[in-house]
Design a protein around this ligand. Structure first.
Ligand code: NAD
Length: 249
């Protein structure tokens, strides 16, 4: 039984598709309830959709607790939803110009939202003696990003959150790891950074830009028993972008 937030599009959607193909039951949780329902309908009886808002802790509490009540257990939580709208992106500028309302909103969804998912999932996972949490961070957490301020800092916070959950709850059977995508051709990325896609492609150490399923494969591995000796880690999947200095390419 898995909950995937931001499951109606991109990396989250690809993860839902993979989890179902691997035999899991999935709750596709997204602010876009219609799109989540349409993905769930395509995936059949193993999937259902729940509308929620990652910036609203009450809606996260209800998502997690209602799922546990319905299924009786929770094996996997993929905290993946993040605010990616181009309108918000345009306000997420730099330390001088950014409004505190923009900062707070981005942190509410991208950081507090992930914490809330963990907060409400952990008691059940601890009772079970097992549970895997996979958080979606970003390579921006490692390199800085001239185009986005709060988003980049929020993704660095996710790496700290991931270590903290593993540190506090690893002995209770909880594994918490993160994935850090570089550019991945999701609908969100196409809308948010259309102008940098070609530039970035030149600097990859792979022939092609990554697809959402490249990340879904990593998420599903980290969520699986095959990753039972991995905890508190962050895995970069970025086509090698951070492995070299683009200025020397
Ligand atoms: P996407 O836009 O394709 O999908 C994101 C999904 O999250 C959408 O279905 C959207 O409706 C949902 N969502 C947005 N705000 C929400 C909210 N407040 N509550 C609930 N759901 C909400 O994006 P993606 O590229 O697949 O991004 C998934 C994750 O990967 C995000 O955490 C993003 O920061 C991270 N990421 C993506 C890339 C990339 O290049 N695609 C790179 C680095 C990190």
């Amino acid at each position: 039984m898995a909950i995937v937030t931001g499951g109606a599009s991109g990396i989250g959607e690809a993860t839902c598709r993979r989890l179902v193909a691997e035999g899991a039951t999935v709750v596709i949780a997204d602010i876009d309830g219609e799109r989540a329902a349409s993905v769930a309908a395509e995936l059949g009886r193993a999937a259902s959709a729940v509308q929620f808002d990652a910036a609203d802790v009450t809606s996260i509490e209800s998502l997690v607790l209602c799922t546990i009540e319905r299924f009786g257990h929770l094996d996997v939580l993929h905290n993946n939803a993040a605010l990616t709208s181009p309108a918000l992106h345009a306000k997420d500028t730099n330390a001088i110009d950014i409004g505190f309302d923009t900062w707070d909103l981005i942190f509410a969804a991208n950081v507090r939202g992930y914490l809330a998912g963990c907060k409400y999932a952990l008691p059940t996972m601890i009772r079970q003696g097992s549970g895997a949490i996979v958080n979606t961070a970003s390579t921006g957490a490692f390199s800085g990003d001239i185009t986005r301020m709060a988003y980049t800092v929020s993704k660095a916070a996710i790496i700290g959150l991931t270590r903290q959950i593993a540190t506090h709850h690893g002995k209770q059977g909880i594994r918490c790891n993160a994935v850090a995508p570089g550019l991945v051709m999701s609908p969100g990325a196409r809308a948010a950074v259309p102008d940098v896609i070609q530039v970035m492609q030149r600097h990859l150490l792979t022939p092609e830009i990554g697809e959402p399923d490249d990340l879904a494969a990593l998420v599903c591995f980290l969520a699986s028993e095959e990753a039972r000796y991995i905890n508190g880690q962050t895995y970069i999947a970025d086509g090698g972008m951070l492995a070299h200095n683009p200025a020397m390419a």
